[in-house]
Design a protein around this ligand. Structure first.
Ligand code: PLP
Length: 346
């Protein structure tokens, strides 16, 4: 059945092993982030088989899925919890990233045993966390809870603001931990590999939370293929449902397209175009790279993907399957779409 995502578990396994080796050399704990695959137990298995103990995810449902697949704690909740579902988070996970004092108190009330809390510190990316210069004041009064045990601080960059790790923003988080006398410092995600490679990862960092590098071999924030990891771990396949020669510029007065966008078209004359049975509901078309050389994704609506195949060497016909490499956002959406079949190799 098409469309489908073909996932190469062997490649992902090799990526996990390689990353673990690199992190181990520096005595950094590798936390495996499963959210891209919606907590698929096969991915959980790949991490655990290769020595990654703590599995991290952002969704309660994904932890349930992993448990049904036979996996159990240590689990880390990496999206700061919502009050309305805090009980579930405390029940299902034993490591929680937190950014509000009230939540720490509530966890302490709810929990039956010790929960490891990492308090989020914002070092400039401006997603979650207390700003680094206010962190000590906010965290200090929270250190004495018995069950909601703050074991360390955590931070991320590259998530909202696209900020890269730097000597400076790493020093900020290290300073906070030192002032609070906390042993653990957790950083994520993938983009922090740049700090290891660049030789500016402080020795105080004890943990890295990594998903993308292991699962795709890429670093979206750093905008690169990671040279010591494997890519094309995931390939999207979709079927051609129309193949015709058409002008490259739409005819007539133009409004917005179905997604409220104003599409721009370059006049390249008459082109051979394939329509594939997949659309914006299933994938982020900007994140698709055709594996057929010369093919170019032109545009997509909810259910139709238009690919210019004029310059492709093989003669693409009705019913043919085209293959694509998917970036993080295209993979995320394809995995989430119930219309895309998932096939695991290895
Ligand atoms: C998604 C996420 C990660 C992992 O990021 P990758 O770029 O996929 O490695 C780590 N920490 C937090 C808080 C996240 O939300």
């Amino acid at each position: 059945m098409y469309p489908r995502l073909v996932v190469d578990l062997e490649k992902i396994s090799r990526n996990v092993r390689k990353l673990r080796e690199i992190l181990k050399e520096r005595n950094i704990e590798f936390v495996g982030v499963t959210k891209l695959f919606m907590g698929d137990p096969k991915i959980a298995g790949i991490f655990r088989e290769n020595g990654v103990e703590v599995l991290a995810d952002s969704r309660i449902e994904n932890f349930r899925k992993m448990m049904e697949g036979g996996f159990s704690k240590p689990f880390m909740m990496i999206r700061i919890p919502q009050i309305s579902r805090l009980k579930e988070v405390v029940e299902l996970t034993d490591h929680i990233l937190v950014s509000e004092p009230e939540i720490v108190k509530m966890i302490d009330e709810i929990a039956s045993g010790v929960v490891k809390i990492y308090y989020m510190v914002d070092v400039g990316d401006l997603r979650e966390g207390v700003m680094y210069d206010k962190a000590v004041d906010e965290i200090k009064p929270l250190l004495n809870f018995k069950k909601a045990k703050i074991v360390g601080v955590a931070t991320n960059v590259g998530c909202f603001g696209g900020v890269l790790p730097s000597e400076e923003n790493l020093k900020w988080i290290v300073d906070v931990a030192k002032e609070l006398d906390l042993d653990e410092i957790s950083v994520g995600g993938t983009v922090y590999l740049l700090a290891l490679e660049g030789g500016f990862m402080p020795y105080e960092i004890t943990q890295m939370r990594i998903g993308e590098a292991a699962l795709l071999g890429t670093d979206a924030t750093g905008d690169r293929d990671i040279p010591y990891l494997e890519q094309e771990t995931v390939v999207l396949e979709a079927e051609v449902i129309e193949i015709k020669e058409k002008p490259s510029v739409p005819i007539g007065k133009k409004g917005k397209d179905s997604m409220g966008r104003v599409p721009k078209f370059e006049d390249k004359g008459i082109r051979r175009r394939a329509i594939l049975a997949i659309g914006v509901q299933d994938v982020d078309p900007k994140g698709l790279k055709p594996l057929d050389e010369g093919a170019e994704v032109v545009h997509a609506s909810s259910d139709h993907l238009i690919v210019d195949v004029t310059d492709v060497e093989r003669k693409i016909k009705l019913g043919d399957v085209m293959r694509f490499r998917t970036n993080y956002s295209a993979t995320l959406r394809a995995i989430t779409s119930p219309f895309v079949d998932k096939v695991f190799l290895g």
